[in-house]
Design a protein around this ligand. Structure first.
Ligand code: ADE
Length: 413
């Protein structure tokens, strides 16, 4: 089977939207141009598990331009843009992804990618890499990981000494998490909430669970739109930082009573529990922007629900047994991708430039151990330099004197 998509006729629409994203991805465009000329991935097979968006499509085209045969499956059952999947299928990408696919189909599609005998795996959340390990797939020389949650899982595999090939933690590049996780998640999460609810952010109590880079970005954007932001945290340093950034900080049990909107971005399980939901105000909205749909206790919510109905796209009304109504967006899955389109191309440009360079690096460096690596700093810096250039921004350079000063220790007061 060459592909498994919803509707091939959607391809023209997807193609136009992919072109639009391309105009906002200058760094990836430059890499594609070089790949097209030098073919560094000639005859290589690459298996990808990513959100199937217009930005991902541009990464797929870049890998193909480098000479690779590319296999793609979705990293979430609700994030696939079916028109993009159709356009990729007509562009000879072996794609297996349908929006709304069941869990069974999700893993079936992943198996189809692994059947292509990929040499490098590009992952977002570590489902593809962990499945390859469970199925003892051979022939993989390395992998890359896009997201914080995936890196945490893979570090656990490294710790347990079960990792069978080297991994580049793309998430840990500065040009990835400082921008994608912060500004990307910040904006696209608000975008998802607005599309699903059309609510006014201004004046509401907006609860952000987790103050990592995603939480920081989200809190910043909610505040910018006039919300009263409350942060919940378990890490004392992050909690302190949130307080000094100007937000209220309190435990979820207290926030539950006053929040109008709740968004989880912790990467952990059962952050909003049944106990919290029973305390919430009538009309409270709950959403998740962390990678997996485990942050809100969905089985617990079902247990305390009398009646459920879908009231708008990506917005389910739960009438609780205590007679209050609460609203869950996008079934508790990534609200920014399931109810909106994910991060804007402008920021995915840097994330996917990291991915393209990480794949090239893996093929060029066959002596890596079965460990987690960062992309070398010089490549991270190069991506920032190219991005600045594309934005028409020039910066200063160290003078000889400054360089000498920084490398000496003798000059003091
Ligand atoms: N993750 C978050 N936003 C994304 C996007 N637009 N494309 C692919 N992966 C993403």
């Amino acid at each position: 089977m060459k592909y498994n998509i919803t509707n091939k006729n959607l391809a023209p629409e997807g193609k136009k939207r992919i072109e639009w994203a391309e105009t906002k991805m200058p760094v990836l465009r430059l890499i594609r141009k070089r790949f097209k000329k030098n073919k560094p991935l000639r005859n290589r097979r690459i298996g990808c598990c990513l959100h199937v968006t217009t930005e991902t499509a541009n990464l797929m085209r870049t890998l193909k331009a480098g000479g690779a045969q590319v296999f793609l499956t979705a990293s979430n059952p609700l994030s696939t843009q079916d028109d993009v999947a159709a356009a990729l299928a007509t562009d000879d990408i072996r794609i297996f992804a349908r929006n709304g696919e069941s869990r069974r189909e999700y893993y079936g599609n992943m198996a189809a990618v692994l059947k292509g005998k990929p040499e490098v795996l590009i992952d977002d959340g570590a489902d593809l890499i962990s499945t390859a390990h469970k199925k003892r797939v051979s022939g993989v020389i390395g992998g890359t990981e896009e997201t914080t949650t995936g890196v945490i899982r893979l570090k656990q595999m490294e710790h347990n000494k079960v990792l069978q090939f080297p991994i580049i933690a793309v998430n840990d590049s500065l040009t990835k998490h400082l921008f994608d996780n912060r500004y990307g998640t910040g904006q696209s999460t608000i975008d998802g909430i607005l599309r699903a609810t059309n609510m006014l952010i201004s004046g509401c109590n907006f609860v952000v669970a987790g103050y990592g880079w995603c939480g920081r970005g989200l809190a910043m954007r909610a505040k910018g739109m006039g919300a009263q932001v409350i942060v919940t945290e378990v890490d004392p340093v992050k909690a302190l930082e949130a307080r000094m950034d100007g937000y209220s900080v309190m435990p979820m049990t207290e926030a539950a009573k006053i929040g109008d909107v709740f968004v989880t971005v912790t990467g952990d399980i059962n952050v909003i529990t049944k106990k919290h939901m029973l305390k919430m105000k009538n009309g409270a909205i709950i959403a998740n922007s962390g990678h997996f749909d485990v942050e809100i206790d969905k089985p617990g919510l079902r247990k305390i629900t009398r009646k459920k109905r879908t009231i708008r796209n990506s917005c389910d009304e739960y009438q609780l047994k205590n007679e209050k109504k609460i609203y869950m967006l996008a079934e508790g899955r990534l609200v920014n991708l399931a109810a909106a389109e994910g991060h804007p191309a402008m920021v995915m440009d840097m994330s996917f430039a990291n991915q393209a360079l990480a794949v090239e690096y893996l093929f060029n460096n066959c002596n890596l151990q079965n460990q987690i690596y960062n992309l070398p700093q010089r490549l991270d810096q190069e991506i920032a330099r190219l991005k600045l250039k594309s934005m028409g921004i020039k910066i200063d350079r160290l003078t000889q004197e400054q360089r000498r000063y920084l490398s000496s220790w003798k000059m003091g007061t």
